[in-house]
Design a protein around this ligand. Structure first.
Ligand code: PFF
Length: 484
């Protein structure tokens, strides 16, 4: 593949520094049309958007949610939501970005001044996600070092993970290392090198995941896990399954937080939105499904038939996989474990960089500061905001609502409250304020939009209604009004 075809044609990266001063509001304020450079090809667009989408959400979050919410029924719900809600929302966000040529903060404002608040709401979400995302990135870093230093066998021990996250300093230290690496990359503007490297490392991660999955499936007990993961048990279905799957969908596909609007703003008019979205979705969902197929059967294989590890929550990947690597012995397991966690670290880093870019641009835009100063503010702010999430598993474990740790609370706030609200308002905005046709015309600039009718009905009625029901029920549940 021609390298020039796989990245944007300007010198910038991560969706052109994601929002590069969020347009500084200039283009519409001064009437000057600032020239926006774009992705040179459709494949470049798809790879960049998929690069932002694929991260810890796919490898770490999806498998533990699937384990928690009943396996096959979660998978089925997720796929159903991905091809309906996910498709429609991603098409809408990309079309909105391309139509307005602006990132989230300005895109809504450009079409209707009264709706500027929605851009601001979008901007809050990456600010909440980045700190706790980096805490998990730190855990991955810790496991990488553990395997690299030949302590993989210890990591396979039952209490290793819980002892690690409960300790006061270690998780903080690794969190700080992770966010510092992301900060240095953003500060020196060397994301391009990282993106190039990730084009080699991401396929390597997929190949390694397939290899580990095949190996795990030869272990006794693992097929029980496959059954749990793939066969839906309808008795386990509840509105919580839908909320969990919906939040995961937004998170994994980087939806409802303005990211795809920004990516869309850099997409060329001659590229097809509809088919690009199909490709990004297949990529993102494929990697998530594969990760589940690797991790859940592994949890079964080492459980002697009672997979308590499945209830492990955020620790599932960190508990299940070291046991698999350990079967390769000290040297083999060490190499395999170090390689795996290094690749996951890289995937997490590329996503964290794109989140950080977004936050940096927001700070630049809001406070009219230079890129350097904004990066430092973002870095320090993220460090401070991440501390409670990290300590919430140890010294601050007493702080909890409804059994949620501090990290869970941030996760719940962004994925299960704010993102559904943003998605709901985006639908209302498109369906009733600017009208669907504004976007379908944009989508049809280069060919028929086969799902136009479906898109219109989904955006106007089905998506907002379903999201509202799910949101209200889950909030009532959390605040104890009733239990679902
Ligand atoms: N979609 C990413 C994941 O699944 O890990 C998370 C993410 C990355 C969200 C970058 C937003 C973003 F800008």
């Amino acid at each position: 593949m021609d390298e020039n075809n796989t990245r944007p044609d300007s010198e910038q990266t991560t969706a052109q520094k994601t929002q590069e001063s969020v347009d500084n509001g200039q283009s519409e304020n001064t009437g000057k049309t600032k020239k926006r450079s774009g992705f040179t090809s459709k494949v470049g667009f798809v790879l960049a958007a998929a690069g932002s989408a694929v991260g810890l959400g796919n490898i770490w979050r999806f498998p533990y949610l699937a384990a928690k919410y009943g396996g096959g029924i979660f998978l089925l719900t997720y796929i159903a939501l991905a091809i309906t809600f996910g498709f429609v929302l991603m098409v809408a966000e990309i079309a909105l970005g391309r139509k307005t040529g602006a990132s989230a903060i300005n895109a809504f404002k450009k079409l209707n001044k009264k709706w500027a608040f929605l851009g601001v709401l979008c901007a809050i979400i990456p600010i909440i996600i980045l700190p706790y995302y980096s805490v998990i990135g730190g855990w991955v870093g810790k496991y990488f070092i553990t395997f690299l230093s030949g302590n993989g066998h210890a990591a396979a021990g039952d209490n290793y993970f819980n002892n690690f996250i409960a300790s006061p300093w270690q998780p903080l230290l690794f969190f700080a290392i992770f966010i510092t690496i992301a900060f240095v990359i953003v500060l020196f503007g060397v994301e391009k090198g990282v993106e190039k490297t990730s084009k080699i490392l991401m396929p390597a991660l997929v190949i390694l995941t397939i290899g580990v999955t095949i190996y795990t499936l030869t272990m006794p007990g693992s097929w029980e896990g496959v059954k749990y993961y793939l066969l839906p048990d309808f008795k386990k279905f509840s509105i919580k399954t839908v909320l969990g799957a919906l939040g995961q969908l937004f998170y994994s596909m980087s939806l409802a937080m303005g990211i795809m609007i920004t990516y869309g703003s850099y997409m060329k008019k001659e590229n097809k939105i509809e088919s690009s979205v199909h490709q990004i979705e297949v990529f993102d969902t494929g990697i998530a499904m594969l990760s589940g197929l690797m991790i859940i059967p592994a949890a079964y294989a080492f459980s002697g038939g009672s997979p308590e590890t499945l209830g492990q929550g955020p620790g599932l990947m960190f508990v299940a996989l070291p046991k698999v690597f350990d079967t390769f012995g000290a040297v083999g397991g060490g190499i395999l474990g170090a390689l795996f966690f290094a690749l996951v670290f890289f995937a997490a880093l590329t996503s964290a960089i794109s989140l950080m870019e977004t936050v940096v641009s927001i700070v630049m835009d809001k406070f009219k500061l230079s890129r350097k100063i904004s990066s430092v503010i973002t870095y320090v702010g993220t460090l401070l905001l991440g501390i409670p999430s990290s300590l919430g598993f140890g010294v601050w474990s007493a702080v909890s609502i409804k059994g949620m740790t501090i990290l869970d609370m941030f996760d719940f706030l962004s994925n299960s409250v704010l993102m559904p609200i943003v998605a709901l308002l985006t639908c209302v905005f498109i369906g009733f304020v600017v009208r669907c046709q504004t976007l379908t015309d944009e989508i049809e600039l280069n060919g028929r939009f086969r799902w136009k009718k479906f898109f219109n009905v989904m955006i106007k009625y089905i998506c907002p209604l379903c999201i509202a029901i799910i949101l209200v029920t889950s909030l009532l549940d959390v605040f104890g009004v009733f239990n679902i």
